[in-house]
Design a protein around this ligand. Structure first.
Ligand code: FRU
Length: 489
């Protein structure tokens, strides 16, 4: 009744933008139009990446619900359709046949304002025991703070994953499950299956400030609408919270990603399906850059697991804001280090290479011409020899543009001012392989297949020259290949 009255009032006297009573279907239509209206500005912006997955326009953040289903790789993402700044969230949608070329699709999920829902936050996608595609997400209620209150909702998809119906059982998980226990910032349901059991983990913290923990629930019916709280699966020392937990088996080990408002941490160890406790043996940073957050993973048909992170830190005012990293394939080394290499298919985006081999570097600069584009992949093998350090500098032709420098000194790589240690010890590593993805205003650097640094940069000059320099001795550029990269769209 209240809703009907408001709608009448809005229709008669107010501009049609107050949407407190909108159904999800109405919200989808309005949101699509808003994204479309922002596309001309977004898609002509020179700083917009071309080989990173992103929304057609407007703000986006976390990758959500990656799933391979009926011949397509589907990726959803947090989308704010009304601005290129953070705001009310919907789920955007893209899909791909090969993890290389992507197709934008209509927005998948919008808030049901008519049911008191304000925003659709992060989550995951799985098949339930009836074989239905099912999204789990955090539903933010109108007028309530996400710090104090959240519910986990579900939606059932059609075969194309284009149309979603919210479950009539919503909320499928509510705070009542925890009894006396309070979980703050309770969110980001991630579903996984092990043996004949289905589990779901969420993030949050048990004290108002601190006690970050991953909580675990076990499904009690094949429809995945009834869940039992199994307790705290893992505590994250000294972290304020544990956003977007991602928990999966890689070989015979279990890997946990958590996003603790800072650099994303990974833990590798064992999971006991009876006690529902995870014990970590090793840990590390998923990415050392300042602009990587909230990664989410997809299991492929061949058993590989791929991760995407959200690249943060772009300026507003350009009609778009945010993209995902390139897809990275995960594995665990014998000593418990997480390896992430670019998904093999990415090489299909390469154009004709410029190459240089066995270049001796000593005291003076060497200038290598690059393909004339601001979308590049570079693969460089470097032997430090007697040098203290070596730098690769993207030197812009246009004087006003910034120089972007990547350095290596045997113990760390430095990417546009951000350093990442290459080894846990102080031992010098004389050789480095750098794999560099530079896409307009995004830079992702992978050193020795283990250390990633993701960083937003000021626009790469399409007429840059690569300047190589060694410092304090002689080094060798064993090989360098640079490819212009094609668009993924
Ligand atoms: C992580 C996060 C999630 C939340 C979503 C909201 O970036 O804060 O915890 O579900 O973003 O957009």
């Amino acid at each position: 009744m209240r809703c009907a009255l408001r709608l009448l009032l809005f229709a008669v006297i107010l501009p049609p933008i107050d949407a407190l009573c909108e159904t999800a279907q109405e919200a989808l239509v309005r949101a699509e139009a808003a994204v479309k209206a922002a596309m001309p500005l977004a898609q002509t912006d020179p700083a917009r990446p071309i080989f990173h997955v992103m929304a057609p326009a407007q703000w986006m953040n976390d990758p959500n619900g990656p799933i391979f289903y009926k011949g397509f790789y589907h990726l959803f993402y947090q989308l704010h359709p009304y601005s290129d700044k953070d705001g009310t969230k919907y789920w955007g949608h893209v899909r791909s046949r090969d993890l290389v070329k992507w197709e934008p699709l209509p927005i998948a999920l919008a808030p049901s304002n008519d049911k008191g829902e304000e925003a659709i936050w992060s989550g995951s996608c799985t098949l339930n025991g009836l074989g239905q595609p099912m999204i789990f997400y955090t539903s933010i209620s109108q007028g309530k703070s996400a710090f104090d209150h959240a519910e986990q909702w579900a939606a059932i998809g059609d075969d194309d994953l284009l149309h979603w119906q919210k479950s009539t059982a919503n909320p499928v998980l509510s705070e009542a499950l925890h009894g006396e226990k309070k979980i703050y910032d309770w969110r980001d349901p991630f579903v996984f299956h092990e043996g004949d059991k289905t589990f779901l983990v969420t993030g949050g913290h048990l004290e108002k400030k601190g006690d970050a923990s991953v909580n675990i629930y076990e499904a009690e019916n094949p429809e995945l609408t009834k869940w039992k709280y199994r307790g705290v699966m893992f505590e994250i020392p000294e972290a304020p919270t544990a956003e977007c937990p991602n928990f999966f088996k890689l070989g015979d080990q279990w890997v946990l990603f958590v996003s603790p408002y800072g650099k994303v941490q990974y833990f590798i160890g064992d999971f006991d399906t009876n006690t529902c406790r995870f014990t970590a043996r090793t840990k590390g940073l998923a990415d050392h850059g300042p602009n990587f957050y909230a990664p989410n993973t997809m299991l492929l048909e061949n058993g590989d697991r791929i991760v995407w992170g959200w690249v943060t830190g772009f300026p507003s005012g350009h009609g778009w804001n945010g993209c995902l990293t390139v897809p990275r394939r995960l594995s665990v080394s014998r000593d418990g280090v997480l390896r992430q290499v670019p998904a093999p298919g990415l090489v299909k985006l390469r154009g004709d290479p410029s190459e240089r081999h066995n270049l001796h570097l000593e005291s003076r600069e060497e200038a290598l011409p690059l393909p004339r584009t601001n979308a590049l992949e570079i693969l460089a093998d470097i032997d430090l020899g007697s040098a203290k350090s070596i730098t690769l500098e993207f030197r812009p032709e246009a004087k006003a543009r910034k120089h972007i420098i990547i350095g290596f000194d045997g113990v760390k790589v430095t990417v546009d001012g951000v350093s990442a240690p290459l080894t846990a010890s102080t031992d010098r590593v004389p050789k480095v392989q750098l794999r560099i993805f530079a896409d307009h205003s995004v830079l992702e650097v992978l050193a020795n297949e283990t250390i990633w640094v993701t960083k937003t940069i000021s626009l790469l000059d399409p007429n840059s020259t690569l300047i190589l320099r060694s410092d304090g001795g002689a080094a060798t550029l064993t090989s360098l290949q640079a490819w212009p990269m094609k668009t993924i769209w």
